[in-house]
Design a protein around this ligand. Structure first.
Ligand SMILES: NC(=O)c1ccc[n+]([C@@H]2O[C@H](COP(=O)([O-])OP(=O)(O)OC[C@H]3O[C@@H](n4cnc5c(N)ncnc54)[C@H](OP(=O)(O)O)[C@@H]3O)[C@@H](O)[C@H]2O)c1
Length: 436
């Protein structure tokens, strides 16, 4: 059999140990599929003495993970440490500059530094692969880059964060409020002790920015992703959405919009959305991830599976290693970085769609008339409206409505007209309705 592909592995946490286990269990089969064995030669983590439940005796240990990129006996450096900058980025730069192939699951680093790293990879004829960085075990990077390569991609939409999806679908199932379900999710290991990046939508935005770059042949532009998380979604919104025929999910959507002069512009947003119950994303519950890719010849493609966890994420990391072992060290974003378009960000005001609006208002006569007048003046028409029964104490009531299809700028205008109104006792919530 051919020479082994020699690996150095930085990070021996959930995913790193998952990779070692997978290589141990499936090693023989992988060697056949890849045409050569995949062999770990060196590892690194912070604490050498920590019991990780795997035998590390066969591997060289590096106290400083950046030294892994300088070893002559290593073909691929695998980074499973995390963090967009710091040691992970230093390792990536060094490994690729030294002509080592580089595999990572680090979405934050790819979203923020992917263009620079791809340029270094190209210049040094090294592979830079990151299947595990987007949606854990789902082969959606490969699906977009290879399976859907024949298509012009029209739209990518996805449930890209398992923590948020678990929380929203659990709120839907139990009727409980956000904070209670978050506590439960943390106890069950579906949310980090510090869940900020997840519940505020940043993690999903990292993944969306990567998918958009591959799908639309665009330079990654993470700063252009408009992000809002799920903390403002209440049990009452979920109940109202259900009455209207929707579920609420945190969805990342990227599509190309030709405005004015016909030049393509990219709209990238991560927001809680009302998803029609007949849409494929409405059926995705718990920590599962799913991505819908719409190609101009393939039609709608659905990728679904576990978005995190040691096994699924290791599966994607090792799939990248198999590719490299087979000699597929091709361009990270399919085309040379210089050919990726620096697409301008689209103005969301041009989006034409329906929206869900929820107002928390003082329970007194005339309030509803004030809201509907603002909607009329903004050219926004209402398709349906639900008003909660009167409050027992004459305090607040919720008014929820769904608009007819129209430009998003009308919603913005209606909210501007209502700004500062004494009738509104809390900021309104606007959730877009996903096209079915
Ligand atoms: N967990 C998932 O399901 C999942 C899914 C998709 C993608 N990812 C991504 O995969 C990467 C790893 O995630 P994870 O969940 O496996 O993280 P983790 O369990 O926290 O493991 C991180 C590992 O990195 C090591 N480490 C941290 N700082 C280091 C340093 N300065 N030098 C050397 N080693 C260092 C830690 O060492 P010690 O063990 O000694 O502390 C630990 O072994 C992240 O980029 C994450 O976003 C994770």
């Amino acid at each position: 059999m051919a020479e082994p592909l020699r690996i150095a592995l930085a990070g021996l946490g959930t995913v790193g140990v998952g990779v070692l286990r997978l290589l141990a269990v499936n090693g023989e089969m992988l060697a056949k599929r890849a045409g050569r064995p995949i062999e770990v030669v060196a590892v690194s983590a912070r604490e050498r003495a920590r019991d990780r439940g795997v035998d590390l005796a066969a591997y060289d240990w590096a106290d400083d993970m950046t030294t892994l990129s300088m070893r002559d006996d290593v073909d691929v450096v695998v980074e499973l440490v995390g963090g967009s900058d710091g040691p992970a980025l230093t390792l990536a730069r060094n490994a690729l500059s030294n002509g080592r192939h580089f595999v990572t699951a680090n979405k934050a680093m790819v979203a923020l530094h992917g263009m620079e790293l791809a340029e270094i990879a190209e210049a040094n004829a090294a592979a830079f692969k990151f299947e595990a960085a987007v949606a854990g075990g789902i082969p959606v990077v490969k699906g977009l880059r290879e399976g859907a390569a024949a298509n012009r991609i029209e739209r990518i939409s996805g449930i890209l964060n398992g923590t948020c999806n678990f929380i929203l679908s659990e709120m839907e199932r139990s009727g409980a409020d956000f904070s209670d379900v978050l506590t439960q999710a943390q106890a069950r290991g579906f949310a980090e002790a510090d869940p900020g990046f997840d519940i505020e939508g940043v993690d999903a935005a990292h993944k969306l920015a990567i998918l958009a770059a591959i799908g639309f042949g665009a330079r990654i532009d993470f700063d252009a992703v408009a992000i809002s998380g799920i903390t403002e979604v209440g049990a009452a919104d979920i109940a109202r959405a259900e009455t209207l025929g929707f579920v609420i999910r945190l969805v990342g959507v990227a599509d190309c919009d030709t405005q004015g002069n016909g030049a393509p512009r990219l709209l990238q947003r991560v927001r809680p959305c009302l998803v029609p119950k007949n849409h494929p994303l409405a059926h995705v519950t718990g920590p599962t991830n799913a991505v819908v890719v719409e190609g101009n010849f393939s039609g709608r493609l659905l990728f679904q599976g576990a978005g995190a966890g040691d096994g699924p994420t290791a599966s994607s990391v090792v799939a990248d290693l198999v590719d490299i072992a087979r000699g597929d060290t091709g361009l990270p974003f399919s085309v040379p970085v210089a050919q990726l378009e620096p697409l301008e960000a689209a103005d969301p005001g041009h989006r034409v769609g329906r929206d869900y609006l929820r107002f928390t208002v003082a329970d007194r006569p005339g309030v509803l008339a004030e809201i509907t007048a603002a909607m009329r003046d903004a050219d926004l028409s209402i398709e349906s409206l639900i008003q909660q029964g009167r409050s027992a104490n004459g305090g607040e009531v919720l008014v929820a409505m769904v608009t007819h299809e129209g430009p998003e700028r009308c919603v913005t205008k209606a909210l501007e007209l209502l700004e500062g109104s004494a009738s509104l006792t809390a900021p309104p919530l606007v959730l877009p309705i996903l096209r079915d």
